[in-house]
Design a protein around this ligand. Structure first.
Ligand SMILES: NC(=O)c1ccc[n+]([C@@H]2O[C@H](COP(=O)([O-])OP(=O)(O)OC[C@H]3O[C@@H](n4cnc5c(N)ncnc54)[C@H](OP(=O)(O)O)[C@@H]3O)[C@@H](O)[C@H]2O)c1
Length: 237
């Protein structure tokens, strides 16, 4: 099934994977990121925007989606890892910075959908298993993804005709994982949960972004009966 999809954070990693898969399948793709998405063929519409900047989100969406009357799917994927360090060493401002992109940018997009209004059949907010786990060192990221899960649950009440899902994509071999798997950047001795990621890196347990995106797109129809606002981890399916 082809349709129209908004994908945030589509310049790299999983978002670019979603973009490639959807374009290959004949979808019209509307992408948002700071760097932009180039080198692909198909119905790709792209706008550059810093989603962490409160003032630019709505104008960027107005520009990107001018003339679009409805979306079949929105994948709110843009995200940042933040530091892997003990929370006590992380200033509140650093946590706030991650929250701006991982949570509040998505709130602004959801508010824009409601205000315009732009009907959307399904909205998938890309979450993480870290939202539930609370492993040492993951404070900034885990707080932001746990908040994202609750944001999804809460907004489900306000989108009666849309299915909202917070979806953990499993491990995906992206720039984010390069940081987590690089001993020069993150300390697996101090933060042992990194060892599992390093063991998975380069194996089929950590697929490339296109393979991971294709699996998720294929799974979406099977999730149609999930209550709106649910959290789903693809590793549980
Ligand atoms: N990789 C994994 O194993 C994994 C596991 C669980 C969850 N996730 C989640 O999957 C999503 C994608 O992550 P990834 O692994 O693909 O990471 P990535 O390769 O670092 O990609 C992050 C994307 O987000 C965009 N982005 C970040 N800050 C932005 C901003 N201020 N404004 C606009 N766009 C911004 C980036 O685009 P620009 O830099 O061009 O702006 C980029 O396209 C994230 O939500 C992440 O938390 C990933």
């Amino acid at each position: 099934m082809a349709g129209s999809v908004l994908i945030t954070g589509n310049s790299s990693g999983l978002g670019r994977g979603f973009t490639e898969v959807c374009l290959d399948r004949g979808w019209s793709v509307y992408g948002v990121s700071r760097r932009g998405c180039s080198g692909l063929t198909g119905a790709l519409h792209d706008v550059r925007c810093d989603l962490a900047d409160a003032d630019t989100v709505a104008p960027a969406l107005e520009q990107l989606l001018a003339g679009v009357e409805r979306l079949d799917l929105a994948i709110l994927n843009a995200g940042a890892l933040g530091p892997i360090r003990d929370l006590a060493e992380i200033p509140v401002a650093t946590v706030e910075e991650a929250m701006r992109i991982n949570v509040w940018a998505n709130k602004r997009i959801l508010d824009w959908f409601l205000a315009r209004p732009l009907p959307v059949t399904r909205i998938v907010l890309i979450s993480s298993g870290a939202a539930l786990k609370g492993h040492r060192g993951w404070g900034t990221y885990a707080l932001s993804k746990a908040t994202l899960n609750m944001l999804t649950q809460l907004y489900a009440h306000e989108f009666p005709d849309t299915q909202l899902l917070a979806l953990a994509p499993g491990l995906v071999d992206t720039g984010m994982q390069s940081v987590l798997c690089d001993p020069a950047q993150t300390d697996a001795g101090r933060f042992p949960s990194l060892q599992r990621l390093r063991a998975a890196h380069g194996t089929e347990a950590m697929p490339d972004p296109v393979a991971a995106a294709a699996r998720i797109i294929d799974l979406l129809p099977t999730l149609a009966d999930r209550p709106s606002g649910s959290f789903v981890d693809v590793r549980d399916l």
